[in-house]
Unconditional design. Structure first.
Lengths: 172, 177
């Protein structure tokens, strides 16, 4: 085979293969959220009992927003972690759950059985999930007292991660 | 000392109470304050068939975040349907394609664009296929030219050693007889 053709072929195909390999390996949920370091999108939602929550009114202390659903296995895994954290940081951190593509009656039943770590807000038109760039459940956003998103976790959060992050947010 | 007109005072109190009631009775808009992120609409509000057509056009430029390689226009998932509905609402309110894509890009990053912007590292996606095509064309051209050159070389008149000319002539005679 012509030596020049081989070299040109390798030079053209190798970068393409590397590019494709890297792209296929990356999970879109692992892409860092462009919202980190920016003001959290404001929203107003109702919980299962009709109580209205406005994010703007919660400024002044850290807020944890967790997008979850009963069909999501990692959400069930992290549920006790969030219950424990909400008790530990009661009065210092607000925990909000946003229902992601699930039926309120299923959430109500689940919470009755497993306990609640915060209000479960109904995002009927999925607009809040879209504004937060949610790819799936669970995704957790950490918002500081000024309303800035400081971190985002995809998948079930571990107790250690949660405590480290919240302690950092409370001490700053 | 000033005297207070009692009927007037009652009327004023009634007006204040009514105002307070109407303020609290106003339904609070639920959802996200998306408009705050992209400012005022820069286009004209669309409606009817045009709204549907442009909604499909803009949605087809967006990647469904919960699918594999599907656009928002093509995906039946609840998230994609909701995104398409948001696109429709934005267009109906007069937001432009650029404003809408910017809005979704603020939450999902450039990932939301099915076709990445032609700048920075992304330029490779645009340049490499063209470079590959040009390289391929160059190779084909070279291949096409090479046999022609060889044939031309074969047809070129050859110089024969005068000492061998006698034998060559003999061969020619034998072949022709």
């Amino acid at each position: 085979m012509n030596r020049t053709a081989l070299i040109v072929g390798v030079l053209v195909i190798t970068p393409l293969l590397i590019f494709l390999a890297l792209s296929f390996r990356s999970d879109p949920r692992d892409i860092e959220s462009p919202l980190i370091g920016k003001t959290a999108p404001l929203f107003t939602l109702q919980d299962l009992d009709g109580n209205v929550y406005s994010l703007e009114e919660l400024r002044g202390q850290p807020v944890v927003i967790n997008f979850w659903a009963t069909w999501c296995q990692p959400c069930i895994v992290e549920h006790p972690v969030l219950v424990a954290a909400s008790r530990r940081y009661e009065g210092r951190v607000t925990f909000l759950g946003v229902i992601y593509n699930d039926k309120p009656e299923l959430i109500r039943k689940f919470v009755r059985q497993m306990g609640a770590w915060g209000p479960s807000l109904i995002d009927e038109d999925v607009s809040v999930a879209i504004a937060y760039g949610v790819y799936g459940a669970p995704e957790t956003f950490f918002i500081d007292a000024t309303g800035t998103i400081v971190d985002k976790a995809t998948g079930a959060v571990s107790p250690q991660y949660l405590v480290n992050l919240l302690e950092g947010m409370l001490s700053s | 000392m000033t005297t207070i007109n009692r009927p007037l005072l009652l009327f004023a109190l009634l007006l204040t109470a009514l105002g307070a009631i109407s303020a609290t009775a106003q339904p609070q808009a639920l959802g996200v304050e998306g408009q705050a992120l992209i400012g005022e609409p820069k286009g004209r509000p669309l409606s009817g068939e045009e709204l549907e057509r442009v909604t499909n056009e803009v949605s087809s430029l967006m990647r469904c975040p919960v699918c594999q390689g599907l656009s928002v226009a093509d995906s039946p998932t609840p998230s994609a349907v909701a995104m398409k509905e948001e696109v429709r609402q934005f267009l109906a309110a007069g937001y432009t394609e650029t404003q809408i894509l910017t809005y979704f890009e603020q939450s999902y990053g450039e990932f939301i664009r099915l076709e990445p912007k032609a700048k920075g590292f992304n330029l490779l996606v645009w340049i490499l296929p063209i470079a590959g095509l040009l390289a391929g064309l160059a190779l084909v051209m070279r291949r096409v030219k090479q046999p022609a050159a060889t044939e031309a070389q074969d047809d070129a008149p050859t110089t024969v050693d005068p000492d061998l000319e006698v034998y060559l002539e003999q061969v020619r005679r034998e072949v022709s007889s």
